[in-house]
Design a protein around this ligand. Structure first.
Ligand SMILES: Cc1cc2nc3c(=O)[nH]c(=O)nc-3n(C[C@H](O)[C@H](O)[C@H](O)COP(=O)(O)OP(=O)(O)OC[C@H]3O[C@@H](n4cnc5c(N)ncnc54)[C@H](O)[C@@H]3O)c2cc1C
Length: 475
């Protein structure tokens, strides 16, 4: 039995797969497979080896209830682990006109899957940060029998908020919610990064795209507003759908899969794609639609790298030089080459030179510092978070298929490894990550606490996969 993930870059080969309908069935399955490897999955929208499974696969799609709780001053929502975010948003909207504090590009993921890897949007924390309590099933250390417990406080909560599926089977999540809100958005192009970042004060929810081969910044300015939806909202949504979700992707697929010409890719990014962006058209609409796009329509793979705000300018300059060396005849400035050498990645750069022409805008999103142990946006030291601890996630997207994707995989390894060494940059757990995590673990000051908590909950490592062993072993 084998299953592909969304990007078809990870194959799961479980011996058996279950779709339990309730807690009792989960307990029964765990007891039946005591001593075996157990992996729970959501909608397989991760691109990393976090999904690898050789034993028992649990898919909790049937456990998807949604209940808005208003007995406390806070807005809270209780949701079954396998509920897709799109269903959660629609239920919250119809039950109470509530929504989530943040969403990513898409809403296909399940809530348990999204929090397990630190899924995020822009200008807020990752979804993991908003988890108030979790019900998990795991094996009792004394009896070895499956049990259910609720975790709602302390370091254990910080650990299980983002746990890569290593802390047992998540059955139910209680999240912070909020009343539905409106978002105004408009696009602008900038020559320099400092101008984009300066606009954050006015547009705290903004994200921006660093356009390869043109090397300018297209900001998608966004802010929460009180006003009602613009009369042009439907027209704007149609424009965004046709121009970006469809036409841009068809053009990229044509360039990458049919034409296969680096010169054409560079020219289209320099001169054609910028023409499709209408600058300065400000439109207001509900957050649930404004913040989301249809990124799932065309199959792709991604890697994503988080850097701290103070590192962002030099990290983007580094990225630009890497992509220029790989996709053109650029030799690299002496500063860049000495950085590559400092990272011990000279020979990998030599191998990759001229091998890969990047073909997608690099999306950069600001993610506030999380209260978790290992989400990619958790603080870089164990002191309390401050605004300078905000993170910026840079996303690299690729539309090659099969063997043609190998240079991108090598680029992902090059960027995650070299930027980890140079900038203490962290890879997104759900996107292509290094094969060996022993260096990645050092980027998390509280990794040791995370490992201890997982070992306490799951001493036999039933809920880990082989890839994760390098996280749990002292390197
Ligand atoms: C088109 C596309 C767009 C994306 N956009 C964004 C984005 O904007 N922002 C962002 O941050 N990420 C984004 N991602 C990445 C995605 O959000 C994450 O990889 C997410 O983890 C996938 O959720 P899933 O439900 O498919 O879970 P899966 O990929 O199936 O699983 C992810 C992890 O969750 C664990 N898990 C799942 N269910 C359970 C459970 N019940 N109990 C315990 N562990 C469980 C799994 O073991 C695994 O470790 C995108 C992915 C795609 C394909």
């Amino acid at each position: 039995m084998s299953h592909d993930n969304f990007g078809r870059n990870v194959v799961l080969q479980p011996k058996v797969r279950y779709t339990p309908e309730n807690d009792a069935e989960v307990l029964e399955i765990l007891n039946r497979h005591q001593g075996e490897q157990i992996r729970s999955v959501g909608r397989l929208h991760s691109w990393s080896r976090v999904l690898e499974s050789e034993g028992v696969l649990l898919d909790l799609r049937k456990m998807n209830h949604v209940r808005c709780l208003d007995e406390s001053a806070d807005h809270r929502v209780e949701v079954g682990a396998g509920c897709q975010i799109k269903r959660l948003l629609s239920e919250m909207s119809s039950q109470k006109n509530w929504t989530l504090p943040s969403v990513g590009f898409i809403t296909e993921q399940t809530i348990a899957g999204a929090i397990a890897t630190g899924t995020h949007g822009s200008g807020r924390n990752t979804l993991s940060h908003y988890v108030l309590s979790l019900r998990i099933a795991h094996y009792d250390v004394e009896t070895g029998r499956a049990v259910i417990r609720t975790i709602s406080a302390g370091e254990e909560l910080l650990a299980v908020r983002c746990s890569l599926g290593c802390s047992g089977v998540i059955l139910q999540v209680t999240m912070l919610a909020r009343p539905a809100y409106q978002v105004e958005e408009c696009f602008r192009e900038y020559e320099v990064l400092s101008s984009v970042l300066a606009a954050e004060k006015k547009y705290p929810l903004q994200q921006f795209y660093f356009l390869p081969w043109r090397w300018t910044f297209f900001a998608q300015h966004r802010r929460e507003v009180e006003s009602t939806s613009s009369w042009t909202l439907m027209l704007y949504q149609l424009y965004r759908f046709l121009a970006f979700d469809i036409s841009l992707h068809l053009l990229i697929l044509f360039l990458v899969r049919l034409l296969r010409s680096p010169t054409a890719i560079r020219n289209v990014f320099r001169c054609v794609i910028p023409l499709t962006v209408i600058r300065g058209w400000g439109v207001t609409g509900p957050s649930n639609t404004q913040l989301v796009m249809e990124h799932e329509l065309f199959r792709c793979v991604e890697t994503e790298i988080f850097v701290r705000r103070d590192q962002l300018p030099s990290a983007l300059e580094y990225v630009r030089e890497v992509l220029q060396c790989l996709g053109s005849s650029h030799g690299g400035t002496s500063r860049f080459l000495s950085m590559v050498s400092q990272a011990g990645c000279d020979s990998l750069l030599q191998q990759l030179r001229g091998q890969y022409c990047h073909h997608y805008p690099i999306c950069v999103r600001r993610v506030l510092s999380d209260e978790t142990l290992i989400s990619p946006a958790c603080p870089d030291d164990s002191t309390a978070a401050t605004s300078s601890d905000d993170w910026y996630a840079m996303t690299f997207t690729n539309y090659h298929r099969g063997k043609a994707r190998q240079p991108f995989d090598a680029l992902a390894e090059f960027l995650t490894v070299s930027m980890g060494r140079l900038f203490r940059a962290r890879p997104h757990w759900g996107k292509i990550c290094p094969d060996n995590l022993s260096e990645t673990r050092r980027l998390y000051p509280r990794m040791q606490q995370f490992v201890k908590i997982c070992q306490r909950i799951d001493p036999d490592g039933a809920f880990r996969n082989r890839w994760m062993s390098s996280l749990f072993e002292e390197g």
